[in-house]
Write a protein that binds this ligand. Structure first.
Ligand code: FES
Ligand SMILES: [Fe+2]
Length: 407
């Protein structure tokens, strides 16, 4: 039956009205991230940043990651721990626990758990709990790198090595690394109320830069970004690369390469063209659950606070300082993405030639889902601690009209 049958008159004229349209649907296998879902299991084969190193302290902190509620803390020996919140005794949340030298103690009856969930004490039991060694609070492995806490929520026997990245390992003179959790690149608040895939796909959509950021809302980055690029995309082993060539009014050519890397990586050189050359920061989109995400960024900087100053401002105002009317007048990524709905409406889309990157990225994700379903490892997971750092080709480069590199 014609999907628009209800909008067609007895004479066969398609009125095009909204009446009778089918309810929108989405590709669940790409969108949903909870335990046991295809994408949830794929994402659980990788490490994800779940906080800044400074978030793990002796004050228990609630986290939500891939649809799971967790408690992050740091014991008195400096070890970060990530535990299932409901105590293995009778379920009280460890959010109300007290952290000590050896772990976290539940408020209700005082059971003490270490960072790997071992139960060390059961103070109400004879001899401190003769069978306490058999109790385990569910836990996840964590590591610290680049100023971030990383967690692995997947099958223990498949735990890969936490990757290193060339652009964060090789620093130029005077540079140091800075980590940020304000969702730079999301164009809005720290927690963005829509599905993660909407943002991940935004990374391979260079045309919205010209319209949304380059003209519709004024100049959100720099004037060069308003020039319509010639775009090509290519899928490589661990991502989709977007190459945008711009002929600038002064005759120079700007080559901009950005990448969406597996599983959630933003490899996006600064759209402000502040520095030319290889990409200066990496971002990771963290799906909080199916309806919210946030972004962690690590970058090479020369001054403290340089990363957070990269957040977009309109008329000098950060997103949270703008009024609703200003958000309506000057939409940014967050308005465009959340405006698509809390979850995508794939059945209502009409993909066109400028969406090729999105088609390629979905295909790459589908291939990884297939790999996991067949018992293979998805691309980008490695088990060799001595493997060289991951290299991306993203960056901004200027060339003169003869194509000679000048930066
Ligand atoms: S519920 Fe945690 S110790 Fe009893
Ligand atoms: Fe954008």
């Amino acid at each position: 039956m014609n999907e628009r049958a209800n909008a067609i008159t007895p004479e066969g004229i398609d009125t095009g009205t909204a009446y009778g349209r089918p309810a929108p649907t989405y590709q669940r296998e790409l969108v949903e991230v909870g335990p046991g879902t295809p994408m949830g299991e794929l994402l659980r084969r990788y490490w994800h940043p779940v906080g800044l190193c400074g978030d793990a302290t002796d004050t228990p902190r609630k986290l939500r990651v891939l649809g799971e509620d967790l408690i992050l803390f740091r014991d008195g020996q400096g070890r970060p721990g990530l535990l299932y919140p409901h105590c293995a005794h009778r379920g009280t949340s460890l959010y109300y626990g007290k952290v000590d030298e050896r772990g976290i103690r539940c408020c209700y009856h005082g059971w003490l758990f270490d960072v790997q969930g071992h139960c060390l004490e059961q103070p109400c039991e004879p001899e401190g709990g003769r069978s306490r060694g058999r109790r385990r609070q569910p836990w996840y492995p964590v590591q610290e790198r680049y100023g971030l806490i990383w967690a692995y929520l997947g099958p223990p026997e498949k735990k890969p090595v936490l990757p290193r990245y060339e652009c964060l390992e090789v620093l130029d003179e005077g540079e140091f690394l800075e980590a940020d959790d304000s969702s730079i690149g999301g164009g809005g608040p720290q927690v963005i109320p829509c599905n993660w895939l909407q943002h991940y796909e935004n990374l391979v959509d260079p045309f919205h830069v010209v319209i949304l950021h380059g003209s519709f809302s004024g100049t959100q980055f720099v004037g060069e970004m308003a020039v319509m690029p010639e775009v090509t995309w290519e899928t490589h082993e661990i991502g989709v690369r977007t190459v945008s060539m711009r002929s600038l009014p002064d005759g120079r050519r700007l080559r901009r390469i950005s990448e969406a890397g597996l599983p959630t990586l933003r490899v996006i050189p600064s759209p402000r063209l502040g520095r030319f050359g290889r990409v200066e920061s990496l971002g990771w989109v963290l799906p909080i659950d199916d309806h919210r995400f946030r972004i962690y960024v690590v970058g090479r900087v020369r001054e403290a606070g340089e990363l957070s100053r990269m957040r977009t401002r309109m008329n000098g105002k950060l997103w949270e300082e703008m009024s609703e009317e200003e958000h309506r007048l000057y939409p940014n990524d967050v308005e465009a993405m959340v405006g698509q709905g809390v979850i995508p409406r794939h059945s209502e889309e009409h993909l066109v030639t400028s969406d090729r990157g999105i088609v390629m990225l979905r295909r790459l994700l589908q291939e990884q889902l297939q790999a996991v379903a067949e018992g293979r490892d998805p691309a980008g997971v490695g088990f060799d601690p001595a493997a060289p750092p991951v290299v991306f080709s993203a960056g901004n480069w200027l060339a003169d009209s003869e194509g000679m590199g000048i930066s």
